[in-house]
Ligand binder design. Structure first.
Ligand SMILES: [Cu+2]
Length: 160
């Protein structure tokens, strides 16, 4: 077990000293959940993923506020919009990947009503390089308005 750990440390040191400027960080922002008008049907979550200094793969997304979650991809099939589950999303170094309506998105079943009232849902994004990145999504009603009056209120989040 010792050897791989020492190798990783050496590689990390090399990465730290090799460049004169720090590589951009991998991060996730711009999250929002659009609730489905039909409470029996799944809702969708959208985010923007910003690639870091190395290409990575998004391997999974978790949240405690839904009973089931899948990563989906939308497509047109014979003039009809459909979607299918996907296992991973490639995030190229330094590139922005948008999970958005009509494209890749996160599907949520049975969203916790308390989280809807709260207006915010936390997600964890798990990447192939071992990074686990926490990102919040604002909860929106089916028409796009905020589910909780306080959500997105600038004065309430003045500390940020
Ligand atoms: Cu879907």
């Amino acid at each position: 077990m010792r050897k791989p750990i020492m190798l990783m440390t050496a590689a990390a040191l090399l990465a730290m000293t090799a460049g004169c400027s720090d590589p951009p960080p991998l991060y996730v922002d711009g999250g929002y959940v659009r609730l489905n008008a039909n409470p029996q049907a799944p809702s969708a979550a959208y985010f923007t993923i910003h690639g870091g200094g190395e290409p990575v793969t998004l391997r999974g997304v978790t949240t405690e506020e839904a009973v089931r979650l899948e990563i989906h991809e939308s497509m047109m099939k014979g003039g009809m919009a459909s979607m299918k589950p996907i296992d991973a999303i490639d995030i190229p170094a330094g590139k922005t990947v948008k999970l958005e309506p009509g494209g890749q998105h996160i599907m949520l079943w049975s969203v916790n009503p308390a989280a809807v009232t709260d207006g915010k849902i936390s997600f964890t994004f798990i990447f192939s390089n071992g990074d686990r990145i926490l990102a919040d999504a604002v909860v929106q009603k089916p028409d796009g308005s905020a589910a909780a009056p306080a959500a997105g209120n600038a004065s309430e989040h003045a500390g940020h």
